[in-house]
Design a protein around this ligand. Sequence first.
Ligand code: ADP
Ligand code: GLC
Length: 481
Amino acid sequence: MKNILYATSEAVPFIKTGGLADVAGTLPKCFDKKYFDIRVILPKYACMKQEWKDRMEYVTHFYMDLGNKNCYVGILQMEYDGIKFYFIDNEFYFSGNSPYDSAPWDLEKFAFFSKAVLSVLPVIGFRPEIIHCHDWQTGLIPVYLHDSFQQNEFFWNIKTIMTIHNLKFQGTWNVDTVREITGLSDYYFTSDKLEAYRDGNFLKGGMVFADAITTVSNTYAEEIKTPFYGEGLSGLLNARSNSLRGIVNGIDYDAFNPETDPLIAQNFSIENFKENKVKNKIQLQKELGLEENPDAMLIGIVSRLTDQKGFDLIAYIMDELCQDNIQLAILGTGEDRYENMFRHFDWKYHGKVSAQIYYDEALSHRIYASCDAFLMPSLFEPCGLSQLMSLRYGTLPIVRETGGLKDTVEPYNKYEGTGTGFSFRNYNAHEMLGTIRNAERVYYDQREEWNKMIERAMQADFSWGNSARQYEEMYNWMIGE
Ligand code: ADP
Ligand code: GLC
């Protein structure tokens, strides 16, 4: 049996702000239990739903040094869907109404978490062969493991993987503060280790000290070796390119299943989507105050509202786009400027544009199921899960060819009769508008072709199977079998 520990700052169903939670909460279920014992560890946040907190079972607690503080480390556990989850409890660090706040507080919080993850292992008697770390919040695990934990035989030869879900977030602050927070010695704060551009950098530490680095699509694995996508770390990624690989994300095909999804108005399948998918659209138009018109092409957006997602392009052509016979349903939260932009267009084009500025899991399913197309013109996109969810519900993605969007959406080719969506290359608003209008033409004038694309989209397989096998191979190889 091979023991693997996933260390993450979020995981469904307990806490989620983005796709990382989907990955960390659903990928562990997809390994062969005969060979792999995969467990997940995350913080116990005060903002988790009470129903989850009530189900956690207290294991034990102890005290741990961090910098010049002595901190309480509580351990709770819960088995969910066949997977054992551990939760680190500390009310000082994990209070607040969201998992993240701002630097340097978040750095201290996740330095604590990273050191605690290692410290609890001998206490719970679980010795992983591999600790699989996700994003900057867990970047210090490979560093601490390399440091004082080597004094304890228990930790010898534990391997680490650093998975980059988003290189933009690295967890940085000035070196002096980071040294003080982490308690790491000067040795670690040179430019070949944690220091980058005069800051201490958690993710860089993880990338330097981990045995392997992965990211969530092949294209993003290539892109981040270039300065444009490399966020200042492309040099290091090139230097470590032999240890870097891309494994594309999947989604949970049981939770996102148009035939059984209890959250949508009308279930449908590849056999009956022509009659039944549109019933969802009519319901959604009613729900969102859009003009009730089964023939209008409805375009969906479900997203964190940040500049990563390409909303500047949308802002630029929104007035032009709204002259067309289309409707837009937007669900998202994030930066004020984008929230306000969509609120403004909702007001200006009422009945045609509907902006729902909040987080709502059930509504997200209804949008994936009900729309004709899904717009995701990201500036960069490590993988992207929303386009996979859309494909699953026969909602054709319109995307920019970057990162995982490029690897998962096959552009429509009218000559060969192939493709599952529409895509454009450059980060240019009119190139995007041209592509949306191509999609409109196929939708309005060649419905047969459109329906064939829906069939291909619904048949595409982005369940976890393939990717989980690639992770298994990597785990086996690292463990030496
Ligand atoms: P990222 O991780 O960069 O935010 P992904 O496409 O990988 O992008 O994953 C986003 C996840 O968050 C998807 O599961 C999407 O449905 C969900 N999501 C984003 N915004 C909202 C929202 N306002 N309400 C419900 N779900 C949302
Ligand atoms: C990040 C990326 C997104 C990816 C997700 C899960 O949040 O922005 O592209 O799908 O992580 O890996």
